[in-house]
Design a protein around this ligand. Structure first.
Ligand code: C2E
Ligand code: CA
Ligand code: CA
Ligand code: CA
Length: 279
């Protein structure tokens, strides 16, 4: 019994330490990624119906490893949050998005506002404000051309910090969006407490919207509430024309999703902007 007990124990510790080792290796690789510029951004256009004018884009981070493999954010953002590397990543993303906008402007391209995702998992209000200011100052991009998306579940976890942060970002002039709206715990109470510019309706409600009476009821209520509070509304994860039509019938005219466009390489998004009719 003793033998098997020890056996079990060592089995357990080995698998734990293997996992820890794997994490450590990944964390090490991620540090290197930041240093060696292995991260890059793709841009998913946001469309305004009925004309399908591109009115913005969301910058999404990708990691190209030395062997060419491209890693999606779902596979490293969580680890980055746990290890604290997320601050550097989000700062890098913000600065890179602003630099890209600047480069487009210098090439004579009429730009649209770009949004970035900022994690609140290890919120450091001063650092985030500094990073935002630095990105704007270093590039000369007007604050209203930058939008920051926060997920509501993360905001809920630290309401006082979030309140201070949002007020100061507002003062800077950047736009603020609630990401994944409808999936958090306190959607309604913090809509009363904070002032955002945009609500992004979570894609779980949008997926097959046209077939689900329940999702239709929820989405209509969110749209009504959003409009009554003066928010811009955008539906994310629009994959089917039927869902786009349903949303349009409900009066939600901002849409993002594979039906309209996948996230694009910077050059491809620039081509979209260049082909857009003048506003
Ligand atoms: P998110 O902010 O909800 O971003 C939208 C995700 O949905 C993106 O995945 C996008 O490619 C995907 N998507 C867009 N349209 C569709 C669609 O029609 N159908 C489906 N099924 N998916 C669609 P991505 O780029 O893999 O990003 C995943 C998540 O990673 C993001 O979710 C965001 O939470 C996080 N993330 C991405 N970039 C960053 C970043 O720079 N910083 C931080 N902190 N988080 C990031
Ligand atoms: Ca987002
Ligand atoms: Ca989202
Ligand atoms: Ca999400």
């Amino acid at each position: 019994a003793k033998q098997s007990g020890r056996g079990r124990f060592s089995y357990f510790t080995r698998s734990m330490s293997e996992r820890a080792e794997q994490r450590l290796a990944l964390e090490h690789a991620l540090r290197r990624a930041l240093q060696d510029d292995e991260l890059f951004l793709v841009y998913q256009p946001k469309f305004l119906l009925p004309g399908q004018r591109v009115f913005g884009a969301e910058a999404l981070v990708r990691w190209r490893q030395p062997d060419g493999t491209v890693v999606p954010p779902d596979q490293f953002i969580r680890l980055a949050e746990e290890s604290g590397l997320i601050h550097q990543i989000d700062e890098w993303v913000m600065l890179s998005a602003c630099r890209q906008m600047r480069a487009w402007q210098e090439a004579g391209i009429a730009i649209v506002p770009v949004s970035v995702n900022v994690s609140l998992a290890r919120l450091d209000v001063d650092r985030l404000l500094q990073g935002t200011r630095r990105a704007l100052d270093a590039t000369g991009i007007a604050a209203h051309m930058l939008e920051i998306e926060f997920t509501e579940s993360q905001m809920f976890a630290q309401q006082d910090l979030a309140r201070a942060l949002l007020a100061q970002l507002k003062e800077l002039g950047v736009s603020l969006a609630v990401d994944d709206f409808g999936t958090g715990y306190s959607s309604l109470s913090y809509l009363a407490a904070y002032e955002f510019d945009t609500l992004k309706i979570d894609r779980s409600f949008i997926h097959n919207l046209h077939e689900s009476a329940r999702h239709q009821a929820i989405v209509r209520a969110i749209i009504g509430l959003g409009h009554a509070l003066g928010y811009r509304l955008i539906a994310e994860g629009v994959e089917k024309i039927e869902d786009a039509q349903t949303l349009q019938n409900y009066g939600c005219l901002g849409m993002q999703g594979y039906f309209f466009s996948r996230p694009l390489a910077a050059e491809d998004f620039a081509a979209v902007l260049m082909n857009a009719p003048a506003p």
